[in-house]
Ligand binder design. Structure first.
Ligand code: ASP
Length: 333
């Protein structure tokens, strides 16, 4: 919101409010998502899950609340949907557990909170926000993060809450190997469904503030406390009111090495790129050259938004003040 004071007359002050165009963009993972691999029934379930998250986050913006509240609400909705690899429905680790990563960042203050490798916390995105606002730290991990969540009164769930039969079957296929998988089934190496089920949201509120949030179960059969890009501020998540808010999904090791989210912001800040130019450079050029598959969503303070991926598909959606309200899965729709 911007104020213009007209001091021409001592008894009258004119105030103009420039409301920013509220915008919400979400993703539910990217990868080899082909129409031939999804039944119409499953496609409908994915789309309605995405729409529910868009509706929940957008209602927050419409009610005049902040971008930070909106991204937390949208990710919360996706975390609760077992179709996506975050919280309920998170992939299995090598030891048959669920170790979750999440992060959140506010573009106004550059405040951020993140959690890595936490178990049993029903909604890791709530924990990331508590870490940002209550811990005095940016990132907590493992048992300490769980202890902090309990102290903060967050919901804790038994391990069967996170169980999903499809994820379990994925883990059974490879649990005796050293292989780890990015939330995909490669039973048929030619037509395999390879997707990254991480969830994320970016938003612009009416006050001109942007925010980003991302949450994941990481990789099937991961071990040694492996952590991907999702909880790393600057790699999987970044927000800055001067540039943009970004949430990523894909093969985390590459996103870490390319510092994807911050790199997009830097191209805008230091080189004057538009959001789309910066996304194209990083996702479609730099990452591709490294061999990194995946995508990202972004929003800028002027209402520009982008959903860019170098994989076959990305579960995604966007809703804004112009009436745009769309979800999509494949390359074109
Ligand atoms: N980026 C996540 C990770 O590497 C995976 C994903 O996006 O699905 O942990």
């Amino acid at each position: 919101m911007k104020f213009r004071f007209d001091a021409g007359c001592s008894t009258f002050v004119a105030i103009e409010f420039y409301m920013s165009p509220i915008t919400l963009v979400i993703h539910g993972g990217a990868g080899t998502i082909l129409k031939s691999l999804l039944t119409p029934e499953l496609e409908t379930r994915y789309k309605s899950g995405l729409q529910a998250a868009l509706n929940r986050g957008y209602a927050v913006l419409e009610n005049g609340r902040t971008a930070l509240d909106a991204v937390e609400a949208a990710v919360f909705e996706l975390e609760n949907n077992p179709l996506f690899n975050a919280a309920k429905g998170a992939v299995f680790t090598h030891t048959g557990e669920h170790e979750m990563d999440a992060s959140i960042m506010e573009g106004l203050t550059l405040d951020a909170g993140a959690v890595a490798g936490v178990k049993s916390v029903k909604n890791p995105i709530h924990l990331a926000r508590k870490i940002m606002e209550q811990s005095g730290h940016v990132m907590l991990s493992g048992d300490g993060a769980l202890e902090f969540a309990q102290q903060q009164g967050l919901d804790i769930a038994p391990s069967d809450y996170f169980h999903d039969d499809f994820r379990y079957a994925q883990w059974q296929e490879i649990k005796h190997s050293d292989q780890y998988q990015l939330d995909h089934s490669d039973k048929d190496p030619i037509h395999r469904e390879k997707k990254f089920g991480t969830v994320g949201a970016v938003a612009l509120d009416q006050f001109g503030n942007v925010a980003a949030a991302t949450s994941t179960g990481g990789m099937t059969n991961k071990k040694y406390g492996r952590v991907g890009d999702t909880p790393l501020i600057g790699s999987g998540t970044y927000a800055n009111n001067q540039t943009c808010a970004i949430s990523c999904t894909g093969h985390g090791e590459y996103f870490i090495r390319a510092v994807v989210a911050y790199d997009i912001s830097c191209l805008m800040e230091y080189k004057g790129f538009t959001l789309q130019q910066a996304m194209d450079r990083v996702i479609l050029d730099k990452l591709v050259k490294l061999g990194g598959e995946g995508g990202a969503i972004g929003v800028a303070p002027n209402g520009d938004f982008s959903l860019t991926f170098n994989s076959d598909g990305m579960y995604r959606g966007v809703r804004n003040q112009t009436g745009l309200n769309q979800v999509a899965i494949y390359g074109n729709d």
